[in-house]
Design a protein around this ligand. Structure first.
Ligand SMILES: Nc1nc2c(ncn2[C@@H]2O[C@H](COP(=O)(O)OP(=O)(O)OP(=O)(O)O)[C@@H](O)[C@H]2O)c(=O)[nH]1
Ligand SMILES: [Mg+2]
Length: 381
């Protein structure tokens, strides 16, 4: 009995010792884990921010930042997009292209064929003045050179159209300035494609090796800044935004101040769409520009015009040009447009070149405007 009693005592004591040992081991392991987790957090916080997409002073773990870079898109080089865009422009149901084709395919250049061609030019928004000029020049040249064969007239037609579109205008986009960032202000009426154009433009600039910052001075809707952030995050471009309903000029000011502090090459400022007939809103635009100019050079004021709006687009352009010095036109939505001729009218009216064209909703559907390529697209069969 005694032996049995001893064995039981030892078993109980042993059990207690074992339980204490297990408990101690568990506590040690969990302590180690906690210490390791703390170390991880510490090392993450000392990781350099290092990426343009990070908000200033906002640290990020390296793995997260690397994943970000992997997800970032590589924009298409501007040069390679022209071929595709030409095809798309030519594919648009364009009365100008169709009118030209009809003229070129006519058996002979009868008065009737000329009349139809003239109508096609006016329908395509070339404007009465340029249309008359084109027809007169064409008829005179073809008369002198004895071109009665419509196919042979094509080259004459091409050179006359190129002359109207004007290949000599300086269409270079000024995006940088000496001693600070270049500021590109993007303006226009509602829904013309301002934000989309900025998104596409940011991609082009990044592909060219520029450092870029976007300013969301459209404070009417929070969604506008979100839209810009979506575009920016795809190519690692940060966005400075303000409170919804806040003062757009102060957001523009902050964006430029951040751009100066971060030493970026270019700050692109998005503005809310506004009706050119609303005086208060147009004044606000003037204010945004003046406020930006206090600290940096506004190198471009791009007016985005929806190519499908025709004559109305021209009326808008006039008013915008009075309020801010428009330096370039972006003609958006040319892909779905029957109004390619607006290029000629808007340039003449404002004395400002079309610098960029939008040919779709895709991320790389923005191209530099080139007179000859544009005319070739209109004439291509
Ligand atoms: N087909 C086509 N659609 C375009 C083009 N550019 C923009 N869009 C579309 O037009 C619509 C309006 O574009 P936004 O960029 O939001 O226009 P916005 O001028 O910023 O509009 P607000 O800020 O509301 O004034 C969107 O559905 C775009 O996808 C283009 O070149 N072609
Ligand atoms: Mg917008």
């Amino acid at each position: 009995m005694n032996i049995l009693y001893d064995v039981m005592v030892w078993l109980v004591v042993g059990g207690i010792v074992l339980a204490i040992a297990i408990a101690a081991a568990i506590i040690m392991v969990s302590n180690n884990r906690a210490r390791k987790a703390k170390l991880d957090v510490d090392s993450a916080t000392v990781e350099p921010a290092g990426f343009a997409a990070d908000a200033p002073g906002e640290p990020r773990a390296q793995a997260e930042a690397e994943a970000d870079v992997a997800a970032r898109e590589i924009p298409e080089a501007p040069a390679s997009r022209l071929t595709r865009l030409r095809r798309r422009l030519a594919a648009a149901e364009n009365p100008l292209a169709q009118g030209l084709l009809a003229l070129l395919k006519a058996d002979r250049l009868s008065e009737n064929a000329w009349d139809e061609f003239e109508t096609a030019l006016i329908t395509a928004d070339l404007g009465v003045g340029p249309t008359t000029e084109l027809i007169d020049a064409l008829r005179a040249k073809m008369g002198v050179e004895g071109e009665s064969d419509p196919a042979a007239a094509k080259e004459v037609l091409r050179s006359e159209l190129v002359r109207l579109v004007d290949p000599n205008l300086d269409r270079a986009l000024m995006v940088t300035a000496d001693g600070g960032p270049g500021v590109v202000l993007v303006v226009g009426v509602n829904g013309t494609g301002k934000t989309t154009t900025i998104g596409k433009l940011a991609r082009v600039l990044v592909a060219q090796g520029h450092s870029v910052l976007l300013g969301a001075a459209d404070t009417f809707r929070a969604a506008a800044a979100d839209q810009l952030e979506t575009w920016g995050s795809r190519v690692g471009v940060p966005v400075v935004r303000g409170a919804e309903g806040g003062d757009p000029a102060s957001v523009a000011f902050d964006a430029v101040a951040t751009g100066i502090a971060d030493q970026v090459d270019t700050v692109v400022v998005d503005t809310a769409g506004r009706l050119h007939t609303k005086a208060g809103l147009m004044d606000e635009l003037g204010k945004i520009k003046r406020v930006v100019e206090r600290q940096a050079s506004v190198t471009e004021v791009l007016l985005v015009i929806d190519a499908t709006t025709g004559q109305n687009g021209l009326a808008q352009a006039r008013v915008f040009a009075e309020v801010v010095d428009v330096t370039g036109i972006v003609l958006s939505k040319l892909d779905g447009s029957a109004k390619g001729g607006i290029v000629v009218q808007v340039q003449r009216e404002l004395g400002v070149p079309v610098k960029l064209i939008g040919l779709g909703e895709g991320v790389d559907d923005l191209a530099p405007f080139e007179a000859e390529a544009f005319v070739d697209a209109l004439l291509s069969e």
